[in-house]
Design a protein around this ligand. Structure first.
Ligand SMILES: Nc1ncnc2c1ncn2[C@@H]1O[C@H](COP(=O)(O)OP(=O)(O)OP(=O)(O)O)[C@@H](O)[C@H]1O
Length: 299
């Protein structure tokens, strides 16, 4: 498969501050990657180096074998940055046409209006749009040249649920047609549902890089949840095989364990009368919390 992005020892310092610590990684065609991390982790700095907007302190970036910033690079890469603002005075249609004119094989105006979900707003001035509508317009602008690689910094900020659903549907369709997408987001559930690959970064350092399912099970524990029988105490479960943590909320108890099958068996054999037993996979949010808490300890 064709390699799209390649980072080699990529690093960025602002004075003494290491915004991105040396990073080597590659991305293949069609991958959707969510870059996750707390505020100030280094996500935007990484994205801006990928786009050629910031120069690395050391190391290199290439996309499709080209250095960022050149014209052929820009023809294949679409970008949406956090601070994207519409041009004053232009209508939605004119703004899209202006961007279309920059590319040799742009998407049609109708397609871009549909991506933005702004068909009915085509004649409005872009500055009169709501915050979420502006974000949708900015996303459509990043798609104007029908890019092979899309780099999106917090694309869903300000979007309502319906707009976010539409956005993620578009991302799924793009990936299915072989486009590569790298995006940052704070919506972990959505990232989990759509991304093939999740990269967790904190304090400029990559803490985890892999498929969401792998990351979840390696960073956090499965749990067994049930309704506690009358009069039972946390100590009744903390000594069960493999139980690492017991949490109780009202009548509901949650046991975290590496081997949830063994816990289930022990519950059934124990005969204490636990009801409505469920086994839960860790969520991406739990994995993210576990990873970034560990990263914080190490820092
Ligand atoms: N121009 C700059 N000068 C000095 N420090 C900077 C500059 N830009 C970013 N930084 C610092 O580099 C670190 C990484 O910032 P960055 O904006 O990349 O984080 P982020 O992960 O995108 O955060 P957020 O989720 O808040 O957008 C932060 O400590 C930030 O203060």
């Amino acid at each position: 498969m064709e390699e799209t992005i390649s980072f080699r020892g990529l690093e960025k310092k602002f004075g003494e501050k290491h915004a991105v610590k040396p990073l080597t990684a590659e991305w293949r065609r069609g991958e959707v990657t969510a870059l996750l991390g707390p505020n100030g982790a280094g996500k935007s700095t990484l994205v801006s180096m990928l786009l050629g907007l910031r120069r690395p302190t050391a190391g290199s970036v290439s996309a499709f074998g080209m250095e960022p910033g050149s014209r052929p690079f820009r023809e294949r890469v679409g970008a949406l940055l956090q601070e994207a603002k519409p041009a004053d005075g232009l209508r939605v249609r004119e703004t899209l046409e202006l961007f279309r004119a920059l590319y040799p094989r742009p998407l049609t105006l109708a397609r871009l209006l549909s991506i933005a979900g702004l068909e009915r707003e085509a004649s409005r001035t872009a500055t009169s749009l709501s915050g979420g509508q502006r974000r949708r317009l900015a996303f459509a602008l990043s798609m104007a040249g029908d890019p092979d690689l899309l780099v999106l910094d917090e694309p869903t900020v300000g979007m309502d649920i319906e707009s976010r659903d539409r956005f993620w549907d578009t991302i799924r369709a793009l990936s299915a047609s072989g486009k590569t997408v790298l995006l940052t987001t704070h919506h972990l559930e959505e990232a989990d549902a759509v991304a093939d690959r999740v990269v967790v970064i904190a304090d400029g350092q990559v803490l985890a890089d892999g498929a969401p399912a792998t990351l979840k099970t390696s960073a956090s524990l499965r749990s067994v949840v049930f309704d506690a029988p009358e009069g039972a105490q946390a100590a009744d479960w903390s000594s069960l095989p493999g139980v690492e943590r017991v949490e109780r909320q009202g009548g509901r108890v949650r046991l975290y364990a590496s081997d949830t099958d063994a816990v289930l068996l022990a519950l059934v054999r124990g005969g204490r009368g636990e009801r409505n037993i469920e086994v839960r996979e860790p969520s991406l949010e739990e994995a993210f919390r576990a990873l970034t808490a560990k990263g914080g300890e190490g820092a």
